[in-house]
Ligand binder design. Sequence first.
Ligand code: SF4
Length: 229
Amino acid sequence: MVTKPHSKKIREQLLSMYEVMRARFGDRHWWPSTSGCASPEGKLEICVGAILTQNTSWSNVEKAVANLHTAGCMSVEALGALSAKKLAELIRPAGYFNVKAKRLGNFITCVRERWGGDIEALLSQPVEELRAELLSVNGVGRETADSMILYAAGQPSFVVDAYTGRIFRRHGLIEEAADYETIKSFFESHLSRDVPLWNDYHAQIVETGKNYCKPTPRCDGCPLRAFLQ
Ligand code: SF4
């Protein structure tokens, strides 16, 4: 397929933006899992973290994840054996703990009932099937599902968050009204299907958004300053 000149220009700009963020922040080594990303426990921890991180800061998620480890509950079997009350108690630091305990419970039920508790089997499905299955779990939304696919399954599914929309709207690359799927497809159609690139690209966006592209932007000092038109 011949790349249109316009697409080629956007692709080059996206890669240049990535390079300057990476030069500023370094490799972010995502996902920040304490169990690594290769073992079944590490993959489960990423999925758990992806659910717990909804509407809270990462430091709160770390405390909840540490509680689960300390209680010996970072396994599908152990999480499945916990009562909703006990699970909510352990993940309390992540906030909205009753809702999140229910969501986590729904995810664990999916792994147990459809995959016999084998999280690697769930995650090794082709991306489209995996995404559809994750999105069918009550409480797993698009960003959570894509985080699980990219970081736990190691498969290409670009993760979009509020920072992604804000930064690339402010730079005139995506339209004001663009929804999650439109933004995701914008990145996926302009960047090659390169999991390490997509992994670190999202992490760099988070770092830029967290430090500079706040509701009131701090453009002075931001690595993406030179890309403002
Ligand atoms: S803070 Fe300014 S320069 Fe940085 S990403 Fe946001 S709009 Fe762009």
